[in-house]
Design a protein around this ligand. Sequence first.
Ligand code: SF4
Length: 382
Amino acid sequence: MTPKAVYVHVPFCEQICHYCDFNKFFLKNQPIDDYLDDCETEMKWTAQRFPSTTVNSVYVGGGTPTSLSTEQLRKLLVSIREHFSLAKRDSLEFTVEVNPGSADQDKLNMLKEVGVNRLSIGVQTFEPDLLNRIGRDHQPEDVKDTVKKSRNAGIDNLSIDLMFGLPQQTIRQFEDTIDQAMKLNIDHVSAYSLKVEAKTVFYQLQRKGKLSLPSQDTEADMYEMLIRKLSESGFSMYEISNFAKPGRESVHNLTYWDNEEYYGIGAGAHSYMSGVRRQNHGPLPKYMKAIKQGKLPYLEEHPVPLKEKMEEEMFMGLRKRSGVSVSRFARRYGQPVVNVFGDKIKRLKENCLLQERNDRIFLTEKGRLLGNEVFEQFLLDD
Ligand code: SF4
């Protein structure tokens, strides 16, 4: 098994959103060119140390990759092509994250030129007040403009990110956001409920009692509405938070849910290579210092024992609507899934949280709503 995917992290943003706990830094005065040189060095050393047969997907995320200048971004994308054994253009999924309004026509044309064929656009909501409340600096019209320019550039595989459960967000507002999203005629939607994470503006507000969030019931109603409305518009929910038109499922994200290995390049990036999960240094000075000293920039390395691999196969596989393949499990881990998780699967089936059919174990509708409670059942005792 060799890595099938490359993730590259661009940790710069032009604004810092109030909910965000990603590894990111305010763009101004950052050593961007030096960082990009270091990323290229990391790619070179990584590809030499962990050669791969063929990489099927590249995902450049952040941060905001399009906060780089056209030339900086081109350099980064070209180095990915140089250092990894990418599949041919027509069988490679090559995604770049784009913030609405952050990419002009030239930048989008350049993306197409270097082989990018999919964009993930950070929309979050179409409600101007809400955009403001969550700290985004784009307007709803910027989304339409970015979609139009992407298509002008010849990139037509478009995904958008939405959020729900936002401060003071009503069901009606979320419904309107979904309706507006559907008018864009895009191919893929990722929709996540807000989680208030430590070290964010929202976390501080919540501690002071100044964050008013929709109730859990309202949030559950939003999620159910999302599933219903997207399925009425021809999307199928192929993972708990991801919806696609036929054939437009994200190859890159499926690498994670299929528990496959992947490269991770850049500050704070995670990777999984040769059976070891790694995390890179997050702060730029630490990441860049490691590279300057001739070392791969790992903060942590964790060889994944068999027990953990099997647990992960279940947690991540069950996120997919298609669930976990019984025959694949046996092939990968040398034993049938019932030998390892038989009791748990039986109990979850009795509680109508899991179902098994045609070689697949998957969540029921009820199981999907109680996902985390199901996943934790698959933690094995030491
Ligand atoms: S959500 Fe995206 S754009 Fe906003 S601060 Fe985080 S990484 Fe930057």
